[in-house]
Write a protein that binds this ligand. Sequence first.
Ligand code: SF4
Ligand code: ZN
Length: 322
Amino acid sequence: MIEMVLCDLCKKRKAVIKIRYAGLNLCKECLSKFVEQKVMLSLKRTGVLGKLSGKYLIIALSGGKDSINATYIMHKLSQEYDFKMKAVFVDEGIGEYSKQRRAIVMDLCKKLGIEYRIVSMKEEMGISTPEAVNILVKSRNSIKPCSVCGVFRRYLLNKVALDENADYVVTGHNLDDEVQTFIMSLIRGDIRSIAREACSLGYENDVPKLVSRIKPLYLVYERESLVYFITHGFKRISLSCPYARFSMRYVIREMINDLEYRRPGMKYRILALKERLGKDIRETVLSSVEMRHCKICGMPSSRDICRACELKELLVKLSQNY
Ligand code: SF4
Ligand code: ZN
């Protein structure tokens, strides 16, 4: 017979998750509080919680578990802290995968009573993710699908936030995402990205036309986010993005999960290092980077032409050469 494990906090209900780094078994209700307390902690640490009253937030809702959790939790906070929010779904045009997530986004927004806006990558950038991948494959270019799709998505979110006159963009990045991004920057030797991203919890940018970001799940492990999502009964799609496995992030993710399994709490320690390092190098590294505006689209960029415009131009060039 399988023994039922009780929650270590309430000592009453059945545990649904074991949090190894904290040595805790938690039931659905106590996990909910645990995750939501972490959200409050990250909003307080950034100082953003006290500034939310009267603000307008754009929430990047992709239809995945993390953005759904972030939307749900921020929506719960919106009344108490008196802010407005609108969800934005960027449709990458990845067949059934994008279609199903779009349906989930619309359904969730209707249920919660949140306004939403759908933005088509094809219409806004002139190309969908599969079309971009097709060009890259045919021209044997080594740029990975996520490197194009991710840049275009970030670009569009900022553009929509500016268009909507929003004060913040909320994203569903969890602790695992942050750790993976940090390791990827280390591997690439991308010191600027480390300086920029390292303090992403406690940094509001003052760059004109770059809307500041809020990451409510910054301190939440991916596994905690997944169990929160499942136990809240949110709808999920059965498909994964067909291009995800080509990304470096995929490899790093497996590696870090293995490390966490061997040494529980490892992800937290890497995140702490990222924060510490960021604070130490930020002034020196970023003071030498002059932020300007893209000569083509006018969006913020550290170079004459922003990465999104650069990629668009490259894709046009590549498509003319085969
Ligand atoms: Fe785009 Fe990569 Fe995400 Fe797929 S996994 S939607 S290609 S960023
Ligand atoms: Zn540009």
